[in-house]
Design a protein around this ligand. Structure first.
Ligand code: KIV
Ligand code: ZN
Length: 562
């Protein structure tokens, strides 16, 4: 195991491996569901970011999860790419499914876990300590039969007896575990305490030097990043984290914060990561757009105000010398300050060059799509900034599959009368729906018109509008989160839309969330064949009608009510 500050035999400063679990611990949290196609996009971006390991999912959770892990292993798990990891409980079937998921990767890993805290063993697993230890050894041995790279986690280690955790870890090292991950599952520990536990385990576990030690910290007390860094200081050389810190409850350690702390305070840690920090902003934005899970303006590293200087004294200092109040540069994390000096007369070539400078490699077809949107935007706005372009690309390419798409929208609103929205929506079979809705305001009216077409039982949980740039002609960016209740299951989905007209952006965001929800529940299997279904969406046999057309369902309900 490398020690902090030690120059390795290759002459380099020791590396902290970044293990990204956005697609597993992040995705399983409320409102962070992604479609398979979106997971592949995120995995591809994580590879660009330079993470060492991608935990692609929990293959035993569902056939969809298995399929997504398999695709990521096949498409992203190249020999020069990241390790692709699948999670498994200490259950034989889970280990087999995890292997099924990751085996196509050039560098596969199985990550298995069992609780070690008495609270979990007694009340949840109903196992003795001895039984849990034996199960851990048995399952690590099973995983080792499939692949060399096996990670083991003693879940709820933060509330476990250290000596028992040590015994379990010594036994799994002997069974072949190569990475030992120490989860503070409920975000209970303090940084000094977590660091001390990590150091004690490394010093007292037989065989400790044959494995990589890893942190896995949750943020219930807002300490996930601090605890992870304390673990690193104590000798951990892998950090498990998620983009924007998404995850169960208050989330996981935020990848971008851990990475920038190690990067900015190299003098303190004497360690490096393999992360290309200039990809951080883009990765963060992609995860926001796909999950609808916004980060607050003052969020470290990726928040809208992370590099904004408002007070006079600070601005004065920055103008004199950046280092007076700036410990990192926005460019370090990929936030460009440059304005695209292209107007509406600029050509495709200039746009392509700017996109390349921003790190986007687009093919001809994609360039054509972006160019069309760019021209429309340049007609409405004097200057198109990089932020505008990022939003435009996100809108064009980071959306879900369009089952229903917005073709046109017109709203009438004001202080007297009823806000009314008329929309033309193209349905799954290419059919056109022209609908009108009335609401308390133009957004409500637009949403009620969309509801008339899509007819999904959803609740709007969150609606957020944000200006992408300064100025009255700025593009508005809308994110929404909706909750879908179906057969006793509740799941939250996010959507994103950008436009100079915020009502259009709002409609796009809502439709994106609905499309993501429809894709998730595999709605296609429930749509009856034939032209009648195409023209009469209200007659669709959507899954929440138990496969019955809506009209029939309503009639049945009326009968029951009578
Ligand atoms: O928080 C946790 O304990 C986990 C384990 C599965 C590693 O996510
Ligand atoms: Zn976790």
């Amino acid at each position: 195991m490398d020690e902090p500050g030690v120059i390795t035999d290759t002459g380099h400063i020791a590396v902290v491996r970044i293990f990204d679990t956005t697609l597993r611990d992040g995705e399983q949290s409320p409102g962070c569901s992604m479609t398979s196609a979106e997971k592949i996009d995120v995995a591809r971006q994580l590879a660009r970011l330079g993470v060492d390991i991608i935990e692609a999912g929990f293959p035993a959770a569902s056939p969809d999860d298995l399929a997504a892990v398999q695709r990521i292993a096949k498409d992203i798990g190249a020999p020069d790419g990241p390790v692709i990891c699948g999670l498994a409980r200490c259950i034989a079937g889970d280990i087999d499914k995890a292997w099924d998921g990751v085996q196509a990767a050039a560098k596969p890993r199985i990550h298995t876990f069992i609780s070690t805290s008495d609270i979990h063993l007694e009340h949840q697993f109903r196992m003795t300590r001895t039984q849990a230890l034996e199960r851990a050894v048995e399952m690590v041995t099973r995983a080792k039969g499939y692949c060399d790279d096996v990670e083991f986690s003693p879940m709820d280690a933060g509330r476990s007896d250290w000596e028992y955790v040590r015994d379990v870890l010594a036994a799994v090292i002997e069974a072949g575990a190569t990475t030992l991950n120490i989860p503070d599952t409920v975000g209970y520990q303090m940084p000094d305490e977590y660091g001390a536990m990590m150091r004690w385990l490394i010093e007292n576990t037989p065989g400790a030097d044959t494995a990589i030690w890893s942190t896995h910290c949750h943020n219930d007390l807002g300490l996930a990043v601090a605890n992870s860094l304390a673990g690193v200081k104590a000798g951990a050389r892998q950090v498990e984290a998620t983009v924007n810190g998404i995850g169960e409850r208050a989330g996981n350690a935020a990848l971008e914060e851990v990475v920038m702390a190690l990067h900015t305070r190299k003098d303190f840690y004497d360690l490096r990561t393999n992360i290309d920090t200039t990809q951080i902003a883009r990765t963060s934005r992609m995860v926001i757009n796909y999950t609808g899970s916004y980060v607050q303006a003052n969020k470290a590293v990726v928040g809208a105000n992370a590099f904004a200087h408002e007070s006079g004294i600070h601005q004065d200092g920055i103008l004199k010398h950046k280092s007076t109040y700036e410990i990192m540069q926005p460019e370090d994390v990929g936030i460009s300050q440059t304005e695209l000096v292209l107007g509406k007369h600029s050509g495709r070539h200039a746009l392509k060059v700017r996109l390349q400078e921003m790190g986007y490699e687009v093919n001809e077809e994609e360039l054509q799509q972006i160019f069309k949107r760019f021209k429309e935007l340049a007609d409405k706005k004097k200057t198109v900034t990089d932020a505008d372009l990022e939003a435009l690309i996100a809108d064009e390419f980071y959306g879900p599959e369009e089952i229903f798409s917005l073709d046109d929208i017109q709203v009438v609103c004001g202080r007297s009368g009823m806000p009314t929205a008329t929309l033309r929506i193209i349905g799954p079979e290419g059919e056109e729906h022209v609908v009108a809705g009335i609401g308390t305001g133009p957004v409500d009216a637009a949403y009620s018109a969309i509801d008339k077409v899509v007819k999904a039982p959803v609740t709007l949980l969150e609606y957020r509008v944000n200006a992408i740039t300064e100025g009255i002609d700025a593009q508005g960016e809308v994110t929404v989160r909706i909750r879908h209740d179906y057969n006793g299951h509740r799941r939250t989905f996010g959507g994103h839309g950008a436009d100079t007209d915020i009502i259009v952006a709002s409609a796009k965001a809502y439709m994106a969330a609905l499309n993501r929800m429809l894709a998730y529940i595999g709605w296609k299997n429930h749509v009856p064949e034939g032209p009648a279904a195409a023209v009469q969406v209200s007659a669709m046999a959507m899954p929440w009608n138990n496969g019955q057309p809506a009209a029939e369902k309503e009639a049945e309900k009326e009968e029951a009510d009578a």
